[in-house]
Design a protein around this ligand. Structure first.
Ligand code: SF4
Length: 148
């Protein structure tokens, strides 16, 4: 199985290198703008900026009192950290909806939903691109309560 997996990886890499891959061109409007990882990374980056700014304001702006500082910090966290997370996650869900419902990978045990990733080949899956071309597909285990 391991040999088969690495053979598929090698074959895909060779095809890509040769420039005549059957991997379709994905137009920019169909590429995913966010992943769970990028959403978390940007949230942490914005959180660090907001907290740094809040501490600087607390340290150097003398006319601001403690309760106002707390209120401003809370509002900044909501506006610059929480709200963008919501927006990015909504976009992510909309863009990846078809992958979760209409692809072979969505029924495969190696499909990892949060990363829209094939765990077997460590490649991202899209609506038009199934990295193994169906060769490594195995049914996803049915969880209790999911039976029809
Ligand atoms: S069908 Fe193939 S590419 Fe898709 S998740 Fe399963 S093993 Fe990976």
């Amino acid at each position: 199985m391991k040999e088969r997996r690495s053979a598929i990886r090698r074959r895909n890499a060779k095809r890509r290198k040769a420039g005549h891959v059957d991997r379709p061109f994905i137009p920019p409007d169909k590429r995913y703008r966010n992943t769970i990882g990028s959403i978390v990374a940007w949230a942490l980056f914005r959180l660090a900026l907001v907290l740094t700014a809040a501490l600087l304001v607390y340290e150097y702006v003398r006319w601001i009192d403690y309760s106002l500082w707390w209120a401003l910090t809370a509002v900044s966290l909501i506006v610059f950290v929480v709200y963008p997370i919501q927006v990015q996650y909504r976009i992510y869900r909309e863009e990846t909806r078809n992958v979760f419902t209409g692809t072979l990978c969505s029924t495969c045990r190696y499909f990892e939903k949060t990363g829209v990733l094939c765990l077997k080949l460590d490649e991202h899956v899209t609506e038009d691109y199934i990295p193994c071309e169906g060769e490594l597909w195995e049914p996803a285990p049915v969880m209790p309560g999911e039976e029809e």
